[in-house]
Design a protein around this ligand. Structure first.
Ligand SMILES: [Zn+2]
Length: 353
């Protein structure tokens, strides 16, 4: 796969265009990173294929990239305080942690991701390590940091704070950390309703900008989330691994909740959104457009960057990828959107821009 950074690029083929991802047989011109022209009809181009927006991973923990494929165990034993993840992180050197994250970022690029939101543990040092690992790798980050012990402040580079579950902290600390984040113009994201619904009420009381998981939410909980206009990011592969069960995405969508897709802990699942899309389509919602939207435009909306990325429109950034419509896997496709969601894999990627 090529990582192309030319000043002016012309792409031709089937464009999943606009906010509805309508297939358009046409061309795209990207100049200095911005889409300056899109039109019907094929023209001579630098590259041909199925042209899609690069994907948005709205929830990931890259910090545990050092620790792959733990045994199946309850959520608490895997990622809870003092659990397997915690022990692995304590054993690892700083150098190895950074290298693990760097490899994950390279894998994200190779699997079509353009933007990710990370729940970064480890306070200020943890954010510095992530930034060191990211270096010049072509990904946009939204870091949701964790304050240092004894503090409520997060690193300046953080987009917001990420609270693992309100049950993991004294109530007063969570309120103070949220107040500090708000006063610094930062966002608030909370894991809620993952293993049980006992932390949902407290999470909602913090008036978060986004919730993660909500696998155990009741219909009434979801109604409250919908009324408050809070988006939810779901991570179905992670939820099935940890045994908490799938989130009720059809119900969320029916209530008008904006839903994004994330791959969650790297120790549990690869950060490959093609796998997550494929899985979400089969287990959560039989709707190609909805699933593609969850990891493109909705992800961008949830992360506040939909004016720039998430769909292919003139004036937006040329943050796109080209999929080989003639690969062994994709050949014969008559519905490019369905084929991208249901069967495309990273090996079908020709290039990212
Ligand atoms: Zn998570």
């Amino acid at each position: 796969m090529q990582d192309v950074r030319k000043e002016e690029i012309i792409l031709s083929g089937t464009i999943l265009s606009g906010e509805e991802f309508e297939p358009l047989e046409g061309y795209l011109c990207i100049k200095k990173g911005i889409i300056i022209e899109m039109g019907r009809g094929r023209i001579e181009a630098d590259l041909e294929g199925i042209i899609c927006p690069r994907l948005v991973n709205a929830h990931v923990h890259v910090g545990d990239s050092i620790f792959k494929d733990p045994p199946f165990a309850p959520l608490k034993e895997l990622v809870g305080p003092g659990g397997m993840k915690h022990q692995a992180l304590v054993r690892a050197t700083g150098e190895d942690l950074v290298e693990g994250m760097r490899m994950t970022f390279l894998d994200m690029v190779a699997t079509g991701t353009g933007t990710f939101a990370d729940f970064r543990e480890g306070g200020t040092d943890g954010v510095d390590m992530l930034l060191e690992a990211l270096g010049t790798i072509p990904l946009r980050s939204r870091i949701l940091g964790r304050p240092d012990p004894g503090s409520v402040q997060v690193h300046d580079e953080c987009w917001g704070i990420g609270i693992s579950s309100t049950r993991d902290y004294p109530r007063s600390w969570a309120e103070d950390a949220v107040a500090a984040a708000r006063s610094n113009g930062k966002k608030v994201a909370v894991h809620a309703g993952e293993a049980g619904r006992g932390d949902i009420e407290d999470a909602l009381a913090l008036e978060p900008d986004l919730l993660v998981h909500m696998t155990k939410a009741s219909t009434q909980d979801l109604r409250e989330v919908a009324d408050a206009g809070i988006p939810v990011v779901v991570c179905p592969r992670s939820n099935l691994f940890t045994g908490v069960g799938p989130p009720e995405v059809t119900e969320m969508l029916g209530l008008g909740i904006m839903v994004g897709l994330g791959t969650d802990n790297v120790m549990l699942s690869s950060p490959d959104l093609f796998s997550e899309m494929n899985f979400a389509l089969r287990t959560l919602v039989h709707n190609d457009r909805q699933v593609f939207n969850m990891c493109t435009l909705n992800g961008a909306r949830i992360l506040g960057i939909d004016k720039r990325i998430g769909s292919i429109d003139v004036g937006k950034e040329g943050c796109v990828m080209v999929i080989d419509g003639r690969s062994n896997n994709m050949w014969g496709s008559k519905d490019p959107l369905a084929s991208v969601v249901r069967r495309a894999r990273p090996s079908d990627l020709l290039a990212i821009f």
